[in-house]
Design a protein around this ligand. Sequence first.
Ligand code: VTB
Length: 345
Amino acid sequence: MESTLGLEIIEVVEKAAIASAKWMGKGEKNTADHVAVEAMRERMNQIHMRGKIVIGEGERDEAPMLYIGEEVGICTREDAHSYCNPDELVEIDIAVDPCEGTNLVAYGQPGSMAVLAISEKGGLFAAPDFYMKKIAAPPAAKNHVDINKSATENLKILSECLDRSIEELVVVVMDRSRHQDLIKEIRGAGARVRLISDGDVSAALSCAFAGTNIHALMGIGAAPEGVISAAAMRCLGGHFQGKLVYDPEEVKTGLIGESKEGNIARLQEMGIDNPDKVYGAEELAGGETVLFAACGITPGTLMNGVRFFHGGARTQSLVISSQSMTARFVDTVHMFEQPKYIQLS
Ligand code: VTB
C-alpha cells in the first residue's frame, strides 16, 4: 500500500471535517453529515488508488455517495492502467464515517470527527448494519480484559494491569437506556462512568493513549463504527473486542417486525454463521497493512475541533499506520485566501 496514501488520507479527513464543521451548532445533523460525505468522496477521488467502500453510508439503494461497494480513487477508471502504477492499481478496502457523531456536530457537542480506515482487499471486516457489544482498553490490558467477562471482573483486571485503584478508573459508556445495568455495575464496583451521547469511536481510541483519563469503553454501539475503532486499536496495540447484538431484547435495531430468529437468519445470509462470535481487533481489521485517519470536527479528547479564522481554518488530525508503526498528530493551517495573520496556537 502506497506510503504516500498515509499522507493523502490526512487531507481526506481534513476536508470532510472542515465541511462538516461549517454546520456545527446549526441543528442540522443530516446536512452536517451530507457535506462531510461529499467532501470526503471528492478528495478521495483525487487520489491515485483503487479503493472500494466496504463500510460506508449505507447500501447502494440507500446512500447516493460512499455506499457499500462504491469504487473511489483515480485508479478505478477503465483506462487507469495507462496512468496508474502497479502499486496504485492494487485493490484496497476503505471504511468511512465522514461525520462520526452527527448529533454532536449539530448541537456543538464534543467528540465528533471525520474518520476512515484502509486496508488491502479483505483486510477489514465488512460489518453488517447491526449493533455490537464492545470493550476497548489500553495496551497494558490487551488480552487480559475480555468481553465475555463481567464489568466487575474486567475492572479488577484493568486495575491490576494499569496499577491503578478501581476508584481511579474511568469507563466511557454511551448514555442509553440499554446501559442502565452496566452503568450501575461499574459504579457498584467503585469505578467512574463518563457518559457520552454519541461518538464511541473517539472514546475507544482514547483508551489507547495515556493522559486521556479514559481507561475503558464498554457497552453497545454500532458494528461499522466498531470496525473503524478496531483498525485504530489494532495499530496502537490497544485491546478491542466486539460481539454482534442480534436479540431485540438487548437492543432494537429499529427494523420493523424484527426478531431474534430473523436477525440470526439475516446474519447467516451475510455468511455470519456464528452470531455469538467474539471478534478481536486483529479479526475486525486483520489486513497486513492497516491505516486509520481521523480529523476532529468538534473538540475531542485527542484532537481539537476545526477552528475557523479570517481566511482559513486550523485542523488537528491523527493518522495511524501499522506499516510505519506511527501515530501522527497533524496540526494543519488551511488558507482559503491570503490570511492577514496566522494564529500560532
Ligand atoms: C452508535 C455509536 C456511534 O451512534 O452507533 C450510536 O457507535 C448510535 O447508537 O458512535 P443509538 O442507535 O443507540 O443512538 C454513534 O454514537 C454516532 O454515530
